[in-house]
Structures are given as C-alpha cells and as structure tokens.
Design a protein around this ligand. Structure first.
Ligand SMILES: CC(=O)SCCNC(=O)CCNC(=O)[C@H](O)C(C)(C)COP(=O)(O)OP(=O)(O)OC[C@H]1O[C@@H](n2cnc3c(N)ncnc32)[C@H](O)[C@@H]1OP(=O)(O)O
Ligand SMILES: O=CC(=O)O
Ligand SMILES: [Mg+2]
Length: 509
C-alpha cells in the first residue's frame, strides 16, 4: 500500500471494506483520473455563454443508441431514494420500489463513519444479508417480495475524501465511493450508478473512462456498468445528447434533478442582473415554461437514443402522525408524477416508502403492460436555447416569507447535515443538500442584484444577518452556532462558494 494512508478512525466492520486490495484499487483509479478531474473542475469556473455547441453537432445529428437496458433496469417506474443508513436501506429494499437509489450524495453527510458504514450496508444489501436491530429492539430483515435494483449515487466530482490520502493528496470523493462499491460488488453483477452534478460531456467521458478502467482491472466485462446521469446543471441541459453519447456503452438514462438544476441556474447567473434572478423557491414549479422546456427536452433526447427518462423529486413528505399533511403530500406527489408520466417519463423518484404506491399507481395507469415508454418518441418536442434560458417565465416574486424561510430552512438543514443526517423533513418538505443550496444561493443572488421584496424592503447582507440572529435566538440544538456561521459564509461571502458542502466538509473532516 505504498502512498496510501487511511486517516479516518475505526468504523464497525470497516476493515472488511478498507482491505489493502480495495484501497489499492481506489488509489489506482485516483492516480489515473484525479488530474483530469482537477482540470475539468477548473474549466467549470469559465462560465461560457450557453448554447447547443456547434462543434458537437455531429453527435446530435448522428445515428446511435445507448446500450440496451439489462433486465433489472427495464422497469424503473418507481425509484425510492435515500441515504445508506442501515435501517433506511432495509426499509428501501422492502418498499416495493423497482429501484433503490442508494445515496452517497445529496442525502448524505460524508462523515467518515457514514462513508464507511454506507459501504458496509451496500455490501450486505448486495448479498441479501442485511439485518438490523434498532435501539428500541425492533428487528429489520429483508422481506420475501421482489427487491429493487440497487443504483448507487457516488459524490459529485467536486468533493474530496480527506480520510484517504493517495500520494499525499486527499482522494477524489467520487472515486472512493464508486471504487469501494465497485471493488466489492461488481463481480456479483449489477454495478449500477447514478452520476450527479455533471456540467458537460467531458465530465461524462471521464466517468466512462473510469468505468472502462475499473471493469478491465477487475476482469468484469466491458459494458456491465450502467449509469444514469442526472441532468441537474444548466450547462448539462445543453449537452444531454453528448453526455449519453460519451457513456453510450454504459448509459442507462437521464434524470431530471430539478433541485440542483435550480441551484445551478442561480449559481451560473448569480451576477448577471435582474433578468436572471429567480423568485421565491415555492413559486418556481415544474410547470414554469423554462422547467417544462428542460424536462420535455430530456424525455425527447432519451427516447431518441433508447435511454430511460427518469423523473425527479417532489419534496412533499407524508407524516404518519398527521393525516392532513399526508393527504396533501399524496395529492401533490400524485399530480407531479401524473405530469411526468403523461410527458413520457419512464418512471420517477419518491423520497419516502409511503409514496411508493402513489407513484406506482400513476405509472401503472400510464404504462399498462409495458415496462417503460421508450416507445413514445416525443418527436413533437422542439426546444430552443432561449426557452431553456427564459427564467422570467417563472413569474413570481421575492417575498419577505421567502427570505425568512430560506434562512430558517438553511440553518435547520445545516444543523442536520453537521449531525450526520444529510436529508431531513423540515416543515413537511424533504430538504437535502440540493434544496439547501437553493436557499443560500438565492439569498446571495438577491443581495448582489439589488432585489426588493414584495413589502418594499431591499435584500441586503444586513437584512440576512439580522434574520440569522433571529433564527439563532429562536432555534435550539446541537451544531446551531456552526450552522449559522456556515450559512452566513455560503449566503453572503463576496466570492461565491461553489458548493456549501465544501466549507461544511472542512468542518467535519
Ligand atoms: C434533490 C434530491 O437529490 S432528492 C434525493 C435525495 N434525498 C433523499 O433521498 C431523501 C430521502 N428521504 C428521507 O431521507 C426521509 O424520508 C426524510 C428525512 C425526508 C424523512 O424521514 P423521517 O422523518 O424519518 O420520516 P418518517 O418518520 O415518516 O419515516 C417513517 C419510516 O419510513 C422510513 N423512511 C423514510 N424515508 C425513507 C427512505 N427514503 N428510504 C427508506 N426508508 C425511509 C423511516 O426510516 C421510518 O422507518 P421506521 O418506521 O422503520 O422507523
Ligand atoms: O438530485 C436531484 C436533485 O433534484 O438535485
Ligand atoms: Mg441533486
């Protein structure tokens, strides 16, 4: 293990995951691909004017299709997402969904213990041996029914893993998550992944190169991996075809990751003037014309290339103790899934086991006895660059409630994240890293573009600071002071912080 150091503390059964061979495998990927990752991250900083690229027109016009879906991924009508915490993993596997998106990204705090325990849980889940006893004594085992395919979402390219050093540098977080999972589980079959936060086709090419090398190094046949790419950044919306093309031997589909997509729009156009300012998060819905353009283009692109179009996350969460909250959540989620099914999506995401039946019912209705709707080409869809960029079409306004809510939710979420829970129900909505990014980047954008609220108050750094003080006085709990400090940094620092998880990670690593 020359050049490899594990700096994290001991985690139960961690030795089964962090074996010398597994670490050598991860280090090998890091040595082959970290330099390209660094180069591509640097390129992200150059915000070019967005349009469909003339130099890749041949890809968009060419005649090609992605690899055929393997049997476990032919029917993806309901996908449940969630962190890889042991109890939740078992609940997800027993939920009746077709896919479990095992999340090492938006819904996960990359505490070392979560990184390692998540891999232990994935190891046991892949072998069908996962079991758990809760502190209250409740026993969790896998049921007898059909189990979802497991699709693992590694961290995005931007995050380091400081607890593993390769040749003196922190390992690339994405390669740690992917590498450990692939090393231990790929030979069992079904090495399936979701790829987050890509900004363009060269980042997809990097993942493809990683898959090609990983398969060759372990003797797994080329093309066994399947990857679904989240289209959740505004530059990637202009490169959907190119992304599928780069990954065509391994591509399984695209997903409309709406929350990071909105964050990315705010980030990309954060200092571009009032025309690019988005209003309160609540008032930008999936029916806003620029969001319709994005999702319609995604379905059209996927089906033209034989890839699955996967819907995104409605944030409404049921509450088993409050039937009225549950009724409202089910109705909202049903509407969201119905629109997606009618648009031609092949399936969609839910955040909670009690939402699986709703999504299943809507897609059952639409699909009949077909496993998907790849046969719906959506050739009627023609989306222009202007439509994707028509943010004024959202309508809506920045309001006093919007600013107050953004501060409150952002701080509450960071408290949860710092405590190790990367997803939380806050005011009956699912909040995760992507939704928290919207809260803080929206404030940054409003402050820097002189936005005035519905009640005539200008949004200034002082206003945000005073709301942060109120929030600190009102809330109580572990990590409150650090959450407030971090929120102030990521909402107000003059130099926009690329991802809130970057400074937050420095405080937990
Ligand atoms: C923008 C994006 O990237 S979206 C994708 C990333 N985000 C996510 O994956 C969020 C996933 N969802 C969750 O983490 C949770 O549902 C939360 C945090 C929103 C709410 O969790 P809770 O407050 O625990 O919900 P609740 O108390 O209603 O849970 C009831 C039961 O369902 C289980 N459960 C809830 N959500 C999930 C889930 N997503 N997967 C598996 N089990 C779940 C709970 O563990 C609990 O189990 P138990 O009865 O055995 O104790
Ligand atoms: O990852 C999904 C999103 O909406 O962000
Ligand atoms: Mg996301």
């Amino acid at each position: 293990m020359t050049g490899i150091r594990v700096l994290g503390g001991e985690v139960d059964r961690g030795a089964e995951i962090l074996t010398p061979d597994a670490l050598e495998f991860v280090a090998g990927l890091h040595r082959s691909f970290a330099a390209t990752r660094d180069e591509l991250l640097a390129l992200r900083k150059r915000r070019r004017p967005l349009s469909f690229r003339p130099e890749t027109a041949h890809v968009r016009e060419g005649d090609w299709r992605v690899a055929e879906a393997p049997e476990p991924l032919r029917d993806r009508r309901v996908e449940i997402t969630g962190p890889t915490e042991r109890k939740m993993a078992i609940n997800a596997l027993n939920s009746g969904a077709k896919v479990w998106l095992a999340d090492l990204e938006d819904a996960n705090t990359p505490h070392w213990r979560n990184v390692v325990a998540g891999q232990v849980n994935l190891y046991d889940a892949a072998r069908g041996t996962i079991e758990h006893r809760s502190p209250e004594g409740k026993r969790y085992v896998l049921g007898d029914g059909p189990r979802p395919a497991i699709v693992v979402r590694p961290r995005g390219w931007h995050l380091p893993e400081r607890h593993i050093e390769v040749d003196g540098a922190p390992a690339v977080g994405a390669l740690v998550d992917f590498g450990l999972h692939f090393f231990h589980n790929a030979r069992l079959g079904r090495p399936y992944y979701y790829l987050p936060k890509l900004e363009g086709h060269r980042e997809a090419r990097l993942w493809n190169d990683v898959f090609t090398a990983a398969q060759a190094r372990l003797g797994v046949p080329h093309g066994t991996v399947r990857a679904t790419v989240l289209i959740e950044t505004i530059p990637a919306a202009f490169e959907m075809e190119e992304i599928l093309y780069e990954l065509r031997d391994h591509a399984s589909g695209l997903n409309a990751g709406r929350w990071d997509y909105l964050f990315s729009i705010i980030k990309y156009f954060r200092d571009q003037g009032a025309d690019h300012v988005l209003p309160d998060r609540d008032s930008v819905t999936m029916t806003a014309p620029f969001m319709r353009a994005y999702t319609e283009l995604l379905v059209r692109t996927c089906h033209k290339r034989g890839a699955f179009a996967m819907g995104g996350m409605a944030a409404f969460i049921p509450n088993r103790r409050d039937p009225e909250v549950t009724r409202r959540a089910l109705a909202k989620v049903r509407d969201d899934k119905r629109r997606e099914a009618d648009d031609g999506f092949d399936g969609s995401w839910v955040a909670h086991p009690d939402l699986v039946p709703v999504c299943a019912e809507v897609f059952d209705d639409r699909l009949g006895d077909r496993p998907n709707q790849l046969d719906v080409p959506r050739e009627d869809v023609h989306v222009t660059a202007d439509q994707l960029l028509d943010f004024a079409s959202a309508g809506g306004q920045a309001t006093r409630a919007g600013v107050t809510g953004a501060v409150d939710v952002g701080v509450r979420y960071l408290m949860s994240w710092l405590g190790g829970n990367g997803a939380a129900a806050i005011h009956n909505l699912m909040e995760d890293a992507a939704t928290a990014e919207i809260s803080r980047s929206q404030l940054w954008q409003w402050v820097h573009n002189g936005v005035v609220l519905d009640d005539g108050t200008p949004v200034t750094a002082d206003l945000v600071r005073s709301l942060l003080r109120d929030t600190r006085d009102r809330l109580d709990g572990e990590h409150l002071d650090l959450a407030v400090e971090l929120f102030e940094q990521v909402a107000l620092a003059d130099d926009f912080v690329d991802f809130l998880t970057l400074p937050a990670y420095e405080r937990i690593a």
